[in-house]
Design a protein around this ligand. Structure first.
Ligand SMILES: *Cc1c(COP(=O)(O)O)cnc(C)c1O
Ligand SMILES: [Zn+2]
Length: 415
């Protein structure tokens, strides 16, 4: 049995059984998994975690699943890279990159899905479903395939071709909805009322969101069991942003690290920046937006955890980046050229925001800072392909090569 004790309303504190429910009947607040931390404390040590599997399931004592055989296709335990070159370019002395492009379907969504799928199966569901901005659909499709469950995944119609392919290959029922993500999400909320399916980010959402905590656990473990001083995290629904901190706090709660004083900063694209805009206005209440940005995986105009993200920015003395599409492309290129990591547009948002925060003086150069790179670049290749230098084309002769090689190099087709 897991160490989960109940689902608890974040607003009024009422407890609910560990079922497929996600809102409080009394106040409509979101439900969150609550654990018996005394029991967790008895069951874990740094050593027991270090001896565990090289996936997020090494932290299973902190996860809400009972099964001895979770649906594990290798999500998590991704590299934490000491980013000296990028740090130097930006003026940061202690910068790290958490490279979550290294997940089985190339985004951090494998973390939340591994847990949601395992819990959905425990709750008796035979079919998985989701409302997705793209990466989630890929991950749900893959985990369903590997576990023998079937999947129905819903995506907005304007998605990148690679993100459509990245679902189709696992043979789910793939549904393109005419509209943006917020429309997809509304439809799925309605369907979840009539179909007995495990919608990972609707009725199973309290379990799903626990997956993001594992990024906090890993970073602390990989830093030698200490919390970073500053995290920079892309915000779509805001769940990832809020849960990384919950992960750090849980480690402290059971005595595995000291009390974290981590500053939590967000990253959004200007074309979909409800949290960043409210932050700049000094408000805890965001106004929903109609997204228009190349960072499609972050294009949620009405973020479920927007309010909690704003509270967290305030509580931790964080800040929030708000970057243009051009800056996103520059961010993708800078990360690739300095660290050898090819991130999708969301990674460009993180790197461009990191730069913005440093330039504004919101990150101190000596802070141990972790930038979260949450998805891989081949899924959003169209965003950068036009701004890269084309290859040299030569005949198979020394002369032809040397002529081409000694020509002044174009810096980039659009430069
Ligand atoms: C979904 C997603 C996020 C953010 O997730 P939220 O928890 O909804 O804020 C960040 N990066 C990528 C690549 C994503 O797919
Ligand atoms: Zn409540």
């Amino acid at each position: 049995m897991s160490n989960a004790a109940s689902l608890r309303c974040r607003e009024c504190g009422r407890d609910y059984p560990l079922a497929a429910i996600h809102v409080c009947d009394f106040c409509f607040g979101p439900l969150e998994v609550r654990y018996d931390y005394e029991r967790v404390k008895r069951n874990v040590s740094r050593q027991s975690i270090e001896n565990g599997p090289t996936s997020l399931w090494r932290y299973r004592e902190f996860l809400p699943c009972d099964s001895d055989e979770p649906i594990d296709i290798g999500a998590g335990f991704t590299p934490l890279l000491r980013a000296k070159n990028l740090g130097k370019a930006l003026g940061l002395n202690n910068l790290y990159i958490k490279n979550d492009t290294a997940n089985p379907t190339w985004s951090f969504k494998d973390r939340v899905v591994s847990i949601a799928a395992t819990r959905a199966r425990e709750l008796g569901y035979e079919k998985l479903a989701c409302a997705s901005t793209g990466n989630l659909a890929n991950s749900v499709s893959a985990h369903a395939a590997a576990s023998g469950m079937s999947a129905v995944v819903f995506i907005p119609e304007d998605l990148e071709a690679a993100k459509v392919l990245g679902s189709s290959i696992y043979a789910p029922t793939l549904v393109k909805v005419r509209g943006n993500y917020d429309a997809v999400n509304r439809l799925c909320a309605e369907l979840a009322g009539s179909y007995n399916w495990g919608f990972v980010n609707v009725n199973v959402r309290p379990y799903y969101s626990e997956g993001s905590k594992t990024l906090g656990f890993e970073v602390a473990e990989q830093l030698g069991w200490r919390a970073p001083d500053h995290c920079v995290v892309p915000i779509a629904s805001g769940s990832l942003f809020v849960k990384i901190r919950k992960g750090l706090e849980e480690l402290a709660q059971v005595g595995l690290i000291d009390e974290p004083k981590t500053r939590m900063s967000g990253a959004q694209a200007s074309g979909c920046s409800p949290v960043a805009a409210a932050w700049e206005a000094g408000s805890l209440n965001f106004r929903p937006q109609r997204p228009k940005t190349i960072a499609k995986s972050l294009a949620i105009g009405n973020p479920a955890d927007g309010y909690y993200s704003l509270v967290q920015l305030r509580e931790t003395n964080g800040s929030c980046g708000n970057v243009s599409d051009d800056e996103i492309i520059e961010g993708m290129k800078l990360l690739a050229e300095t660290e050898g990591v090819f991130a999708e547009t969301a990674g460009g948002v993180t790197v461009a925001s990191l730069k913005q925060l440093v330039d504004r003086g919101d990150i101190h150069p000596d802070e141990t800072t972790v930038a979260f790179i949450t998805g891989a670049g081949f899924k959003t290749a169209d965003a950068v392909v036009e701004s890269l230098a084309p290859p040299l084309v030569v005949d198979a002769t020394m002369e032809s090569f040397e002529n081409a090689f000694n020509e002044p190099q174009p810096v980039g087709a659009n430069a």
